[in-house]
Design a protein around this ligand. Structure first.
Ligand SMILES: Nc1nc2c(c(=O)[nH]1)N[C@H]1C(S)=C(S)[C@@H](COP(=O)(O)OP(=O)(O)OC[C@H]3O[C@@H](n4cnc5c(N)ncnc54)[C@H](O)[C@@H]3O)O[C@H]1N2
Ligand code: MOO
Length: 451
């Protein structure tokens, strides 16, 4: 139970604190296991750990020849993806034709790329190596197509030095295990060794990571068929306002509903799943109460246009009649000051967004975004920052939210940012949270807009 003193600290909460309160108050729903295809956009509820080494076998990184010992090498067979070499361990002076992705035969010293090889009478040489036929004048087929790079055309895509059993990838390593290797074709070249990317048991992504395309591919690479994820929080929206029209031109006393069209994509962008949007009149308050009751199964109820203290603003009265837990009861920012967040006993979170459309947008980024992140098991994280070059007046003790666009390495304010006007926000790359006392050129936190 929140005491009166606690409740007071929930009023006029500093902007950054309001975001933290909203995030900290969120209790994520129990995690669910879903097929990979259903996990996109959700959040990992468990660490992603690879059970096998990656790669799971010594893999050729090039199309060419798996060779052992110094050249020239006799070609003794082939290794293809899915059709591994089944012969004996490769011995010095022998080669196996190999494709990128095939299992490297045991005994292989390195893979000689096809561009670096000359083939003649079933023997392969590296033209610049011992026994090589650089000019191809002896009737041999130069597979390189004439293109050469580096000292001898034996390219290294390994990017790393190796040591131990498999030899070294140092270009200068011509002697290994007492045998002469082709200069430049160092031991281990063009082989992705078992476990080189990740040994078995490596944690590749922690719980709380957003499941994007790359993570899905990584999970599949590791052999996952399903992932344990937090489900997307379900949001019900209630738009209030007797003056609102849903079609046609605005006119005297008639305001087009901007929030009905804005909310579905905003809620999705902030990480929620909209499950119904209803319009209710300002009066009687019972209509709003009914709509809130009907949303009991949702995780979050978003109510717009009823956050103030006027006779037509019923949300605060409705919450006062219930034993709600206040999380944020107004925020020290402009616009969006009357925004609120409370939790109904045993029920959903309720977010009140001001009716003024730009104020509602700013408030949604302040409270709804962090709440949905918390419900999804995502960390709040620090916001990105960039220098704001414009002069933006900020009332004492407040944070001002203004639409901005990128301008070189910094951002500049767009204007069009009065609480009822979405002109600036519609063209913005981000909303900047400008603190009191900001001077042009100093960095400010940014809420990035996806557009
Ligand atoms: N006595 C006080 N009055 C007001 C205060 C205050 O502190 N004391 N705060 C002002 C601020 S700041 C805001 S923001 C608004 C918030 O009001 P509500 O959330 O109760 O919203 P309404 O009063 O219904 O509407 C405000 C304004 O927005 C227009 N509106 C409402 N819904 C929509 C919509 N869906 N699409 C487009 N426009 C909408 C509505 O017509 C009003 O013009 O309270 C101030 N008052
Ligand atoms: O939230 Mo109001 O004026 O701050 O739009």
């Amino acid at each position: 139970m929140v005491t009166t003193a606690d409740q007071d600290t929930r009023r006029d909460v500093a902007w950054a604190t309001a975001r933290r309160f909203a995030h900290a108050a969120a209790e994520p729903a129990p995690a669910v296991r879903v097929a990979l295809g259903q996990a996109a956009g959700l959040t990992l509820a468990e660490d992603l750990v690879v059970a096998t080494p990656l790669p799971a076998f010594d893999t050729s990184a090039m199309d060419g020849y798996a060779v052992a010992g110094a050249g020239p090498w006799s070609i003794t067979g082939s290794a293809r993806p899915g059709r591994p070499w089944t012969g004996e361990r490769l011995t010095a002076g022998n080669a196996v034709e190999i494709s990128t992705g095939a299992v490297v035969p045991p005994g292989t010293w390195a893979v000689l790329p096809v561009e670096s090889a000359t083939v003649c009478d079933g023997r392969v040489t590296c033209p610049d190596g011992p026994g090589g036929t650089r000019d191809g004048r002896n009737g041999c087929r130069d597979e390189s197509g004439g293109a050469r790079d580096g000292r001898n055309g034996c390219r290294d895509e390994s990017g790393g030095a190796r040591d131990g059993q498999v030899g070294r990838r140092d270009e200068s390593a011509a002697v290994s295990d007492g045998r002469v290797a082709v200069p430049g074709l160092a031991r281990g070249k063009h082989i992705r060794y078992t476990g080189e990317d990740a040994p078995a048991g490596t944690r590749l992504a922690p719980a709380g990571t957003a499941v994007g395309p790359a993570l899905l591919g990584l999970a599949a690479t590791c052999g996952y068929d399903e992932l344990l994820v937090h489900p997307t929080p379900v949001v019900r929206a209630i738009v209030t306002g007797d003056e609102l029209a849903r079609h046609g031109l605005p006119g005297p006393g008639r305001v087009r509903d901007a929030l009905g069209p804005l909310l579905p994509s905003l809620i999705a962008e902030l990480g929620g799943r909209l499950d119904g949007l209803v319009h209710v009149p300002d009066q009687p308050v019972a209509a709003l109460a009914e709509a809130v009751e009907a949303a009991a199964g949702a995780d979050v109820v978003v109510v717009t246009g009823s956050t103030s203290v006027g006779v037509t603003d019923g949300l605060r009265r409705l919450l006062a009649e219930r034993d709600v837990r206040w999380i944020v009861d107004s925020v020290a920012c402009r616009p969006g000051h009357p925004a609120l967040l409370a939790r109904l006993p045993g029920g959903p979170y309720v977010i009140g967004l001001p009716g003024n459309p730009f104020a509602a947008l700013a408030a949604a980024h302040t409270l709804l975004g962090p709440l949905l992140a918390g419900l999804s098991g995502r960390a709040l994280g620090d916001l990105p920052q960039a220098p704001l070059t414009s002069q933006v007046p900020v009332p004492a003790g407040r944070t001002r939210i203004v639409p901005v666009v990128w301008d070189g390495p910094g951002v500049r304010a767009l204007g069009g940012d009065r609480p009822a006007f979405l002109n600036g926000a519609a063209l913005a790359d981000a909303l900047a949270a400008v603190p009191y006392g900001h001077e042009p050129g100093r960095p400010v936190p940014l809420l990035l807009l996806r557009g």
